[in-house]
Write a protein that binds this ligand. Sequence first.
Ligand code: AMP
Length: 448
Amino acid sequence: MESFSEFNISNPLRNAIDDLGFEKPTPIQSQSFSVIQSGKDMVGIAQTGTGKTFAYMLPILQGLKFSKDLHPRVLIMVPTRELVIQVVDEIEKFSKYMSVRVLGVYGGVNMNRQKEAVAFGTDIIVATPGRLYDLVLSRALQLKSINKLVIDEVDVMLDLGFRFQLNNIFELLPNRRQNIMFSATMTDDVYTLIHDYFQAPETISVAVSGTPLDNIKQYSYAVPNFYTKKNLLENLLQDTETYRKVLVFVSNKKSADLLFSELEDAFTSELAVIHSNKTQNFRIRSIENFNAEETRILITTDIMARGLDLDTISHVINFDTPPYPENYMHRIGRSGRAEQEGTSLLLYTEKEEPLKEAIESLMDYKIPLLEMPDAVEITNQLTYDEKPKIRERNNPLKVEEFGKGFHEKKDKNKKENQGGSYKRTIKKKYKKPKTKGDKFFRGGNKKK
Ligand code: AMP
């Protein structure tokens, strides 16, 4: 779409757009407008910087009629206090010439002032899930008039552990409503949420803008399992000249911690790890060190790789093959920007091969396969998650390990099955549960 005039927007919005100096809609804005206006549920896969806030606000503001009702009609949920402030600020700019009331609420600050503000009435409420739920429980806020729900940065929200609060809020919302969500990455958790609460949503996915795939050399390695992948990584990363600045993607926190502890001895201070169980301060420090090239190798999950200085990354290593092909595009969009050449390596097991093929068909490009260096030891050692499991007959919920049978285990075997040794190693190392610092990051959004 070439211009905003094709949206048939009202004059007050038109004038606000002119003041902001926006000349034409971004791709996510052009594609979302008619879907949101039609009232259908929508899932947008888009990162920050694509103009996603305006993508949902433009059609919502266009359709919002003047009202004196005290109860909000639009609910926008975001994962952090910073985002509440930012979204409220944006909405105020867009609605500059309209008579629209907007209120932001978040945890970590006194609730009484927010209760008073809610009592004045609002059209749009922007909130973190924990504080929103507390306001509803204390009867300061009623959700009965909400007819549009927007959840932004859903992947981050679920990764921070807000699923429980989201479920509670969903139960309190009127059934007749439009659901709109935005997520930078698709994950199983996001998929489940959509499946549970959305009705035949339309999915709109915008690629990372200007991802110059031409600047990225892509290769793959067929590797049998986690520990062989680790051996390969250790071997490659010895070459400090080639592997100058390396971002290693793994699909979850557990693999991130396991890989970190496995590589720690070999790379000591050259290596760092970030994921959502680390405190915000820890993550900021790790990212700063990586940007300043004090750490050479950063292990991260898809969701956490924000705020990184992407231009100078020499290698993106996909330690796991992402189950949603778009995530691969987001990952490798991080190298090879700004004319800089970057390299992406994809490590895949036999089980992950279909996922690799899905990525290749999305890109319409077959990723060249490299041979494993001779020096890399191929091991049969398996992680707990890799070990084959069978379901006990007549009890679909109980998972049994292969070959264990129904007899009592020998003592030495019993030791093996304590829920993944890495947890105990980590616990021993940090001398406290590794999620402790998270409490501070969550601010007032305490887990219920
Ligand atoms: P967001 O992805 O919502 O965080 O937006 C990223 C930035 O793009 C914000 O600073 C917006 O003000 C800006 N922006 C949004 N839409 C447009 C547009 N159509 N043209 C130019 N800038 C835009």
